[in-house]
Design a protein around this ligand. Structure first.
Ligand SMILES: [Zn+2]
Length: 387
């Protein structure tokens, strides 16, 4: 008879356990679309290979835990508890910005069945001019920690209030902004060699949260900073998921034993990479956001307003992905953005709208910019779950 390892009781007979299917599924939010609810309730991956499952020691201690099982061999690769929060963020220095227009992507804890591992911070070439990086974050959802994936977009979204440092103070990004086609760096929080990078300014940045090294939001000891209205609205902005080079970067960290918290006790061997990630161009698209209760901030707008404006040159407005919002009412099929590929129709529902801005808005530009070559867009599998 097979035995399973309860994380609390040790090896017990298989018959004491009950399997409850796929684990790490982010629950849809109340105001989510029917499609998102359908995904949450009915759609599951059925991989040939490693499958992460929820199990319960029903006829023992009664507690839930996660289990990684190979669906072909039935080998149990790991058993781990439900609700271990990620370790604190390690402190580290940012390597100097390698060349103009690179964007800092802060390091973070990711998760594999063997536990949390540190993905080093690294400079990345943004997928298109105007792109900003919204880091991912861990949130506490229905008793578990789930990972909300980071993304590229024209607006900085909600990232759980986590203070990732170097301009990511918990809300918005203060390490620089796009001035037309040039990224302009704030040297007070960014490591800049001014012989290489000339577009800079100095502006002091205040942290908006006091949770300096806490790496997750919600739950016990987590950051408690709710998204504001603009962040909620920013959820519907076009966004680009992490680039292939970023995924490869994460996988490389996962394959390095010294990056695991169990090995390094929270002090990873490599906290940041001096070498930047290779460029990869992509176009922003509207992707369905699975976890909608915790969204995103057009900090860029605030930033632009906060920056000293240079004396006017003829303004060619930076293209805006979607016209920032109209008064809250069901907006049927508003689609100003050229889509790189056909997408399934998405039902729009009344949503909380961001504050109306009184300033005249630059007209959204409908033409894709030359540097944004529409690339065939491999969308991540729907089932990519927050953990
Ligand atoms: Zn047990």
């Amino acid at each position: 008879m097979m035995q399973l390892n309860c994380p609390w009781c040790g090896a017990r007979d298989e018959s004491e356990f009950v399997c409850a299917g796929t684990t790490h599924i982010a629950r849809a939010a109340l105001n989510d679309t029917d499609e998102a609810w359908g995904q949450y309730l009915f759609f599951r991956e059925n991989p040939k290979g490693v499958h992460l499952e929820r199990w319960r020691h029903a006829y023992g201690c009664g507690l839930w835990f996660n289990l990684a099982r190979h669906t072909v061999t039935h080998e149990v690769l790991a058993v781990y508890r439900m609700s271990e929060p990620p370790p604190p963020l390690p402190e580290y220095e940012q390597p100097p910005c390698p060349e103009p227009n690179y964007i800092w992507t802060p390091g973070y804890w990711s998760y594999a069945p063997a536990g949390y591992y540190w993905v080093p911070g690294v400079w990345a070439a943004p997928p298109f001019i105007g792109a900003l990086w919204t880091p991912g974050y861990w949130g506490f959802i229905s008793g578990r920690y789930g990972w909300h994936q980071g993304y590229w977009g024209r607006y900085i979204g909600y990232y759980g209030g986590i203070n990732y440092g170097h301009g990511y103070v918990g809300r918005g990004y203060w390490g620089g902004y796009w001035n037309r086609n040039q990224f302009t760096y704030n040297r007070s929080v960014t490591n800049i060699n001014t012989t290489i990078i000339h577009n800079t300014y100095i502006r002091n940045v205040t942290n908006i949260t006091t949770y300096n090294r806490v790496s997750y939001t919600g739950g016990r000891g987590g950051v408690n900073l709710q998204p504001n209205r603009a962040e909620i609205a920013a959820l519907r902005q076009p966004r680009t998921p992490p680039l292939a080079v970023q995924q490869q970067h994460r996988v490389a960290a996962m394959n390095s034993r010294a990056q695991f918290a169990t090995v390094n006790r929270g002090q990873p061997q490599t906290v940041a990479l001096a070498r930047p990630l290779a460029p990869e161009r992509r176009q922003p698209v509207v992707t369905q956001v699975r976890v909608q209760s915790r969204p995103a901030a057009p900090a860029q707008q605030q930033l632009e307003r906060a920056q000293p404006q240079r004396p006017q040159e003829p303004i060619r407005p930076t293209p805006q992905p979607v016209r920032p919002m109209e008064p809250a009412r069901p907006a049927p099929q508003e689609r100003p953005q050229p889509q790189p590929r056909p997408e399934p129709q998405e039902r729009r529902e009344p949503q909380p709208q961001p504050q109306q801005r009184s300033e005249p808005q630059p007209r959204p530009e409908v033409q894709p910019r030359p540097e944004q070559r529409p690339a065939p867009h491999p969308e991540p599998p729907r089932g990519e779950q927050p953990r």
